[in-house]
Design a protein around this ligand. Sequence first.
Ligand SMILES: O=C(O)CCC(=O)C(=O)O
Length: 272
Amino acid sequence: MSTPLPGFEEFGEPEPVAPGRQGPDDAGNSRTGPGAVSPQEPLQGLLHPAAADRSQARPAGGREIAPGAVHVPGWLTVAQQRELVAACRGWARGPAPIRHTKLPRGGVMSVQTVCIGWHWQPYAYTRTADDVNGARVAAFPYWIVELGRRALVEAYQDAAAGDGYTPDTALINFYDGQAKLGMHQDKEERSGAPVVSLSIGDTCVFRFGNTETRTKPYTDIELASGDLFVFGGPSRFAYHGVPKVRPGTGDPASGLASGRLNITMRVTGLDG
Ligand SMILES: O=C(O)CCC(=O)C(=O)O
């Protein structure tokens, strides 16, 4: 990319590595040099946090915002956030690099997005990123499927909630301090399976509305680094958006020096 996108420098480029910090992290994963975390490798720390790290995680379960929509603050530990940031940085570089999505009427989204599994562009999924460089998007790794299943079990406090849940796409959004996302429904999927959303970096205001209109009634909540939000059941097709990011509220220990990263995994219901 000849002209880096605003904010891309912070997200898309590798983290500077301080001397003496090149060994495995506390989740046991090396991030630099040979054996560095690859987006396609199973990230053991994400699935099985190290004992020392587990104590940071808050108890599972969360607040129901609407029927089927649950917010679990602090679900990811800091080490897990770092692993996800490292994986997302890899995907942001390609095969189809992160970009500001162009809208059919000529607008450009302020959020930057890269997809895995299936590529989303308004308003369809394809295997190739035809509005970027035509490349086939990166495969959807199984460790994210497992992470999604565990998210459902813990958000819904139901040991069976993750059974059969097999997300096959994720939209990875990067927000700089000015980026916003208007109220919309996630409705290109041909499946009513829940959406699992993970937030890292700066806190945002997340607006969660109703299934009928973009307007009130809605609930504004703050999504902070490490938070999980799940929306399924009667809330699966609720309008939602991000009216504001709060710059400078994230902890660089997450691996993100500035900005906000959000990963939403979904089941497309598509074949091929
Ligand atoms: O950034 C978020 O929290 C929401 C993302 C979202 O709504 C989407 O990707 O459709």
